[in-house]
Design a protein around this ligand. Structure first.
Ligand code: THU
Length: 202
């Protein structure tokens, strides 16, 4: 499970840049991870947690917007992913998925899976959200939310990870279900050693 320090490290990398949204989402995710330690980090030392909270507090005070702003943004993205999930067209699998992408200007793009009678043409929720956002001119994303009705939270499939990586390599990925269970990752954790556009420029 990802520790607060892991997200903090990323937040610090973005802190001084113009990418305040990225810093904010990482700082908020560090805060979230610290608040989860009782559930997920049985061996996570109390001292490490108070160090993390102090670092998060310090970092937050330097962000352009309060941490709560990012908490609300993620809450809205989660709610919209859950709502969009109910519009999934999944008559073959009955597996409904919703997704929200948070673009770099904080606008949100939603998607659901759309299945096809020719099964292989099915499009996942993450990709419908992404193509919608790109069609509306957004090419850089700071956050991805995936909502499904599974106890073990549903992560993006391999194909979606690659497509998301092209537009959201530095994003925070939030997985949720209908019962309020949540897990967070960085995109780079979900697709380590990723292929990307940088290889094509060599
Ligand atoms: N699916 C998604 O939409 N996103 C995921 O992250 C996993 C899988 C969809 C594709 C298909 O319609 C159904 O779930 C079952 O694979």
């Amino acid at each position: 499970m990802t520790t607060p320090q892991h997200f903090l490290h990323h937040a610090e990398l973005f802190q001084t840049s113009t990418d305040q949204l990225f810093a904010g989402l990482y700082a908020e995710s560090a805060h979230w991870a610290a608040s989860q330690h009782g559930n997920y980090h049985a061996s996570y030392h109390a001292e490490a947690q108070s160090d993390a909270l102090a670092a998060i507090h310090h970092l937050s005070s330097q962000l352009a917007k309060p941490l709560q702003h990012y908490t609300q943004l993620i809450a809205e993205a989660k709610q919209r992913a859950l709502e969009t999930r109910t519009r999934a067209h999944a008559p073959f699998s009955n597996f409904l998925v919703g997704a929200t992408l948070i673009a770099e200007d904080e606008s949100l793009f939603i998607g659901c899976n759309v299945e096809c009678s020719s099964y292989g043409l099915t499009i996942c929720a993450e990709r419908t959200a992404l193509v919608s956002g790109v069609a509306q001119g957004k090419k850089r994303y700071a956050g991805v939310v995936v909502a499904a009705d599974t106890d073990e939270l549903t992560p993006p499939c391999g194909a979606c990870r690659q497509l998301l990586y092209d537009f959201a390599p530095d994003s925070v990925v939030v997985l949720v279900n209908l019962r309020g269970t949540e897990k967070r990752f960085t995109m780079k954790e979900l697709l380590p050693e990723a292929f990307s556009v940088t290889f094509l420029q060599k």
